[in-house]
Design a protein around this ligand. Structure first.
Ligand SMILES: Nc1ncnc2c1ncn2[C@@H]1O[C@H](COP(=O)(O)OP(=O)(O)OP(=O)(O)O)[C@@H](O)[C@H]1O
Ligand SMILES: [Mg+2]
Length: 249
């Protein structure tokens, strides 16, 4: 049995070129179950492209991309990958503004989408308990009856994270979640991602180093499509090459 069967995400030898330019170059990344990994690195390092490869939006030219130790993601399309339990948070929130916070979460719950369930659906006790738990995790319990349109930018981001949680993902990918957030929203976001990562794997891409510090997770610095350094934030940020190519710019 190979060594990566107990990993949640396993990338090895992954490369992709766009018009001859290698955006991802022999990339190797591992994320364990219930582990949070922060990814840092300069603009154009390939951080978003790496997420595109994991979610099936971009096909790698070479390399292995395995989910949950066994599923080859390079053979699946985006919908199939989402159904496996990989949730992705894009930068711009896409909540339903004219619905309440509660209704947004209720709509996001994983349930059969047949005509019968659509016509006769009523939230079960189990759904109510799950929505309540998600509202607590994403710090929106006191805003549950508010229209999503009336939330702050940060709260909309949290609601969208909540909508991803309603899909019960095993792996959550979050690209620059705190861009545009206030300092206190940024701090709360670190706390809620830490909580989520107690039971799910989470990959967070961010440029905000104080936020990355609050995540308290293992850090990988990407540059030119490869891993430049990895370890704790202290280890990575003391690395002279990381300082030269990223932090010291
Ligand atoms: N679909 C595409 N077609 C052509 N080039 C692309 C495509 N996607 C990404 N690239 C290029 O690949 C490189 C890596 O881009 P990527 O968006 O992954 O960087 P990033 O690390 O997310 O940067 P940032 O921190 O600015 O978000 C860039 O040079 C980008 O222009
Ligand atoms: Mg990016």
């Amino acid at each position: 049995m190979s060594a990566h069967t107990d990993t949640m995400l396993y990338l090895d030898g992954v490369s992709v070129a766009f018009d001859g330019f290698k955006a991802i170059n022999n990339l190797a990344i591992i994320v364990q179950p219930a582990e949070m990994l922060a990814i840092i690195g300069p603009n154009g390092a390939g951080k978003t492209t790496m997420m595109d490869i994991i979610t099936g939006k971009t096909r790698p030219d070479t390399g292995q991309v395995l989910f949950d130790g066994r599923t080859d993601l390079t053979r699946l399309d985006e919908a199939a990958i989402a159904n496996l339990g990989i949730g992705r948070k894009f930068q711009k929130p896409t909540v339903f503004e004219s619905h309440t916070v509660w209704d947004n979460l209720e709509m996001a719950l994983k349930k059969p989408r047949g005509i019968f369930s659509t016509l006769f659906y009523a939230a079960s006790d189990n759904d109510v308990a799950r929505i309540t738990e998600i509202l607590e995790t994403v710090r929106l319990i006191s805003r549950k009856d508010e229209l999503a349109a009336n939330l702050s930018h940060g709260q909309k981001q949290w609601l969208e994270i909540g909508m991803l949680l309603a899909q019960d993902p095993k792996l959550l990918l979050v690209d620059e979640p705190v861009a545009g957030m206030t300092d206190s929203e940024t701090e709360e976001t670190a706390k809620l991602l830490r909580k989520i990562s107690q039971t799910r794997s989470v990959v967070v891409v961010e440029h905000d180093m104080s936020f990355v510090r609050e995540l308290g997770s293992r850090v990988v610095c990407l540059a030119e499509g490869s891993v430049l350094a990895e370890g704790s934030l202290d280890q990575v940020s003391a690395n002279p090459v990381v300082i030269e190519r990223y932090l010291g710019r």
